[in-house]
Ligand binder design. Structure first.
Ligand code: GLC
Ligand code: CA
Length: 554
């Protein structure tokens, strides 16, 4: 395929997403307009100017639907409404207009694997008898034992605890995640049709695209005799025939979705959250007949290491080329420890993503965190990432260099992983603490009356207000990088220039280069005009753990 040239916001064409910078908003923690401690849609509207100044091309909004918040909103009661605590459909329309007026697109999260247990259909399923059409929309099974008192299988949910829960009449329902998140039966025609209605509902309201939650789980095949957890774990995931994950027929669902996306002009876009292995299996999610793009979480699982980054960049550019899509990059989101903190903790061998677990469990005491090094590395890694071809997904607060909050008291915790994995996992609340907008005041400018998760004292020093006007701040670095990226953006190709083992030197068309020094000592600074640097650069050398953008006369 030809190489599309996409200049970010300037490009109004169907390919706008290919090299977009997408900013993830976790709505309950972004800005609270009515002072009830919970972020809301009018809060986002009030910050449209901030998002435009930051220079993002699109916003991805995590779930804002009515929800009891058993899983941060990923337990949806009604897919075609707004949680009254966050606003109304009218507020949604005002918000999307405010974003569009600033040239910012809107992607919304869609959660098709499961609804909440408060969804009308699940209530109907509980009220209806075994074998009814109402139960067929979910995954019900008879229990084992004489009266069905034993679970149909010994499976564990993703949040810990059993994946099957009894409903009192000998039947059990499947929930791969929390008890409050019953899995849909995607063989049911009503389920399939209803999601198409939902996609049209939001597309008609002007939504530009969808982030598809757990996209690899929808298609399931449950034989009469269910395998045990151990047997399930031993099943090959590369063949597309695993009973629960990444089955080939999931792509029939997305082919239907694609037809809906293509009813619109420009076509609506989608990005799959698909944790698949081997990685080449991502390509079908990312194909033009499917969702069109898929997250690549490799950077979020890697240490700050030149060799690891080089391998990841090379592999993912190849994979993207195979699928015809563009690649995606992400360091942080609402599910993982913020990268400014991850990089300040000692490396954790082949489990880098778990590196913060022990630290979180100890309330931030051990191992010792080097916050300054973490931020220095995060800035260097981000500046390299923003020079790569493909789209960049940023998570709210990373532009402030926010770190993970470790010392959240147990009584304030919200994440189901905390409750379902006692002593093993404290959960994801530490990256969901409300954003500090001002240096002081109640909830640091988040709202007028507290924050639904407690903010630490140090948040004030990292607030937008504290960084505004400081050219060395992380906020300034992100703003400068996004503005320059828009100017320099070019074809989706990359060349490697020769460099030492601790240095990565990439070249884009038009004389845009990025040089990242991952090492502990200085490296030679290649020829060229320094456009931007992740830290102080003086005297012709590239300091340790620093990235620069250069312009050369190509
Ligand atoms: C995705 C979401 C995560 C959620 C899970 C279940 O992984 O990113 O936050 O808990 O799906 O919906
Ligand atoms: Ca509010």
């Amino acid at each position: 395929m030809t190489e599309p040239i996409t200049g970010g916001r300037a490009a109004a064409d169907a390919d706008w997403w290919r090299q977009a910078v997408v900013y993830q908003i976790y709505p309950r923690s972004f800005a609270d307009a009515n002072g009830d401690g919970i972020g809301d849609l009018p809060g986002i509207t009030s910050r449209a100017g901030y998002l435009a100044d930051l220079g993002v091309d699109a916003v991805w909004l995590s779930p804002f639907y009515p929800s009891a918040l058993a899983d941060g909103g990923y337990d949806v009661d009604d897919y075609r409404d707004v949680d009254p605590r966050l606003g109304s459909l009218d507020d949604f329309d005002v918000m999307i207009k405010a974003l569009h007026d600033k040239g910012i697109k809107l992607i919304v999260d869609i959660v098709p694997n499961h609804s909440s247990n408060r969804h009308e259909w699940f209530r109907q399923a509980l009220a209806a008898p075994k074998g009814s059409p109402e139960r067929d929309r979910y995954v019900f099974r008879d229990g084992l034992g004489e009266r069905g008192e034993l679970p149909p299988a010994d499976w564990t949910s993703m949040f810990g605890g059993p994946a099957w829960t009894p409903v009192g009449d000998g039947q059990w329902y499947l929930h791969l995640f929390a008890i409050e998140q019953p899995d849909f039966n995607w063989r049911n025609e009503e389920v399939r049709a209803d999601f198409l209605t939902t996609l049209r509902f939001w597309s008609d309201r002007g939504v530009d695209g969808f982030r598809v939650d757990v996209a690899h789980a929808l298609a399931k095949h449950l034989p009469d005799d269910l395998p045990s957890e151990t047997e399930l774990a031993a099943m090959d995931k590369a063949t597309g025939t695993h009973l629960l994950w990444d089955r080939d027929e999931v792509h029939d669902i997305y082919a239907d979705w694609r037809r809906v996306f293509d009813e619109y002009d420009p076509p609506r876009i989608a990005v799959a959250e698909a944790w698949v292995n081997p990685p080449w299996r991502r390509a079908r999610y990312a194909s033009a007949e499917g969702l069109g793009q898929a997250f690549n979480f490799d950077l979020l699982e890697a240490d700050f290491d030149a060799g690891a980054f080089r391998r990841i960049i090379t592999d993912n550019l190849e994979q993207a080329a195979d699928s015809g899509s563009s690649t995606t990059w992400v360091f942080s989101n609402h599910d993982v420890i913020r990268h400014a903190t991850r990089y300040g903790l000692p490396p954790n061998g082949d489990q880098p993503r778990r590196s913060g677990r022990a630290w979180l469990l100890s309330g931030g005491a051990e191992p010792a965190l080097d916050a300054a090094a973490g931020l220095r590395r995060a800035r260097a890694a981000t500046l390299l990432m923003l020079a790569l071809p493909g789209s960049a997904y940023l998570y709210q607060g990373e532009e402030l260099g926010l770190g993970e909050v470790a010392d959240i008291p147990a009584q304030d915790r919200q994440d189901p992983t905390f409750f379902r994995s006692p002593g093993v996992d404290v959960g994801r609340d530490g990256c969901r603490v409300p954003i500090p907008w001002t240096t002081g005041g109640d909830s640091f400018g988040f709202g007028d009356d507290g924050a639904h998760l407690p903010q630490p004292e140090w948040f004030g020093g990292l607030s937008v207000e504290a960084q505004e006007g400081d050219p060395a701040s992380t906020l300034a670095l992100y703003r400068d990088a996004l503005a320059l990226r828009r100017e320099l953006q070019t074809t989706e190709a990359l060349d490697w220039a020769p460099s030492g083992p601790e240095v990565l030197h990439v070249k884009r068309a038009g004389g845009w280069e990025a040089v990242a020094n991952f090492g502990a000592g200085p490296a030679p600074l290649p020829e060229g005009e320094v456009l931007l640097a992740s830290g102080p650069v003086e005297g012709g050398e590239l300091p340790p753990e620093t990235t620069v953008w250069l312009r050369t006369t190509a």
